[in-house]
Write a protein that binds this ligand. Structure first.
Ligand code: COA
Length: 301
């Protein structure tokens, strides 16, 4: 069967996401975790395609979509958001070929680091990334709880004040400063993306007059990204975001927590949240202070 690789088009991103969902659920069911993914609008993919089409690629066989890869760049940092091959086409070199094409984007922009988040239980993806010089560095756990079962720990959230993020020079500067110090690069365009979604609430945390962090809380109860100025702000920041998620009225509350982030893990355990999926951050070089940052999801980071 002849496989062709070409840049992705906007009108096929939703079909590509359907392939991604099929591929994730095939993997998670095979490993005993049950289906993990459900189809959502391809908003971030479309946003990223408009920003830089070099990062989105499809593989086709006889006119059918059999693979999809999607990467984004911020400053000199490259991130692989998605790499998925149709379950019946895996193990034939398609993933490797798609990965090489997204790497061309990293080369073009002169990225100094490359990273992604994958499933800890997928030996194939990790083996493929290691072969390309991207090494497993940090466990990341998807924690979840039914809202009604959350333990009441409200006292921990009381001392931070929340202000909705505004589209002002000052708030943009605050976000950029926190991202630069926690991650090493600015995510200005990604904040714009998050704030343009009416389902997301973005807040800045204040301790007195000091801006000490930010968080996004989705109407579906998901927390992240969340970043704080100092590790000491994480416990209260995460507890505050959980309180907002609880108040959203969603059925579940969830977040992705780095395995080295003791304050967030303690808060999650204290609230009665459960580990649902183990994931791992893979990268070419070390980066990020993970005691100060919680990713949104494996694609957004
Ligand atoms: C991961 C995925 C994208 C890889 O695509 P693929 O087309 O199946 O992979 P390829 O055939 O191009 O490459 C597979 C490579 O994985 C590596 N590999 C496979 N099993 C391995 C193992 N047990 N240990 C180490 N390396 C292994 C090998 O390098 C292999 O290449 P080789 O056969 O030439 O030696 C695909 O399998 C997939 O969609 N999996 C499910 C979803 C997923 O986990 N996606 C990644 C999300 S970040």
């Amino acid at each position: 069967m002849q496989i062709t690789f070409r840049p992705a088009r906007a009108d096929e991103l939703q079909a590509a996401e359907a392939l991604v969902v099929r591929s994730i659920n095939d993997l998670t069911v095979r490993h005993g975790f049950g289906p993990m993914a459900s189809l959502r609008p391809a908003d971030f993919q479309l946003f990223s395609l408009k920003d830089d089409p070099d990062g989105l690629w499809v593989a086709e066989a006889d006119g059918d979509l059999v693979g999809f890869a999607f990467s984004w760049v911020c400053d000199d940092f490259w991130f692989l958001a998605e790499l998925f091959v149709s379950p019946d086409q895996q193990g034939r070199g398609i993933g490797d070929a798609l990965l090489r094409r997204t790497f061309e984007q990293a080369g073009k922009v002169g990225a100094v680091n490359r990273a992604l988040i994958t499933f800890t239980f997928n030996t194939v993806s990790q083996g493929l990334y290691i072969r390309h010089g991207l090494y497993p560095r940090l466990p990341i756990y998807f924690f979840k709880a039914a809202r009604d079962s959350l333990n009441n720990r409200r006292g921990e959230a009381d001392h931070l004040r929340c202000m909705d993020i505004r589209n002002t020079e000052l708030d943009r500067e605050r976000l950029a400063e926190i991202d630069m110090s926690a991650l090493g690069f600015s995510r200005a365009k990604h904040h714009q993306f998050l704030l343009s979604d009416a389902n997301n609430r973005g807040v800045l945390f204040y301790d007195g007059d000091d801006c000490v962090g930010y968080a996004y809380v989705h109407s579906g109860g998901h927390v992240g990204p969340l970043a704080v100025a100092r590790p000491g702000n994480m416990g209260a920041g995460f507890a505050t975001a959980l309180k907002l998620a609880e108040e959203s009225g969603a059925a579940d509350v969830s977040a992705f927590l780095p395995g080295t982030n003791a304050a967030a893990l303690d808060a999650a355990a204290g609230h009665g949240m459960r580990i649902t999926f183990p994931m791992v951050l893979v990268s070419a070089g070390e980066f990020g202070d993970w005691s100060r940052y919680l990713p949104r999801n494996p694609g957004f980071m």
